[in-house]
Design a protein around this ligand. Structure first.
Ligand SMILES: [Zn+2]
Length: 291
């Protein structure tokens, strides 16, 4: 089973997790920029975090044979802090980078005016930089939040086929499918959405435009839930090809809209040869001539 996890926060995980993920079949992932638990108080700490998402974390992943991509944005929760308004101005510096394959996570947390402004500004950046967008739906008031999210997406001018609406469940999957957007599901060990419910959703709504991720954030989470969902799909009568579509081809099809990745590039192991080191902000490939 080959797996591309389209939404996983590796910053919160250990190297043991990388090793276990590779053993379970994970060969590529997307790490969206998000909340770090402790609220940030300045724009500078976002710059350092974004640098880590395109520098240090891909280096860590590559050593375990995993391609690491990122999405960059000011997350909805911290969009409410006026000290961080300048983060939006920082984004263009990152959106053109090779491993940044979407704008995200954007969307709503508490559906405030500040969140509206940040959401709209960042969808406009996605259009300007010709990137897809990864949109988070609020965990509270999910149906109303998803409806409003889809209205804002439609008004932004980004095509629905270039948007993942994430953290869906049985209540809001149909409206996202009808809108023509991609449907993302974050699978958790014991809250929100589990592998059994996910398999039933796939039975009811099909495998097209469906993305399954393990989120793996600061709460109780499991970076192998993509693999476990795939195993449960097979038990439920889905074919190997169905599993490959959901766990591998769908995320590639979605994120290839960035123009920055494709299936052939992922067939090769990440390019970190023995002797590579991490210096400053980037990977130095292979042994250096002067060392
Ligand atoms: Zn997330």
């Amino acid at each position: 089973m080959r797996i591309f996890d389209p939404h996983i926060h590796m910053t919160s995980r250990t190297t043991d997790d990388y090793a276990a993920m590779h053993a379970a079949g994970v060969r590529a992932l997307v790490e969206p920029a998000f909340w770090l638990g402790q609220p940030r108080t300045s724009v500078g700490s976002f710059a350092d975090y974004f640098d880590a998402l395109i520098g240090w974390e891909p280096f860590r992943a590559a050593q375990y044979g995993i391609h690491h991509f990122a999405t960059i944005a000011l997350n909805p929760k911290e969009a409410n802090d006026p000290r961080l308004a300048g983060v939006i101005d920082l984004l263009p510096r990152y959106l053109g980078k090779d491993s940044v394959v979407a704008v995200g996570e954007v969307g709503y947390d508490s559906m405030t005016t500040e969140e509206d402004k940040a959401f709209e500004a960042q969808l406009a950046l996605a259009v300007e930089f010709e990137l897809p967008a990864l949109v988070h739906t609020p965990h509270r008031d999910k149906e109303a939040g998803t409806r409003r999210t889809l209205d804002v997406v439609a008004a932004s001018g980004i095509g629905a086929h270039r948007v993942i609406v994430d953290h869906l469940n049985e209540l809001n999957v149909a409206m996202v499918k009808d809108a023509g957007a991609w449907m993302g599901f974050s699978i958790y060990p014991d809250t929100k959405m589990d592998p059994h419910r996910m398999v039933r959703i796939l039975q009811n709504y099909g495998t097209e435009r469906m993305l399954v991720n393990s989120a793996a954030d600061w709460g109780r989470s499991d970076p192998l839930l993509t693999a476990k969902t795939g195993a449960l799909m097979l038990e439920a009568g889905f074919t190997d090809d169905d599993v490959e579509q959901v766990l591998w081809r769908n995320p590639i099809e979605f994120f290839s809209q960035s123009g920055k990745l494709n299936a052939a590039s992922l067939d090769l192991a990440p390019d970190v040869s023995v002797g590579s080191t991490f210096e400053g902000n980037s990977i130095v490939r292979g042994a250096r001539a002067d060392s």
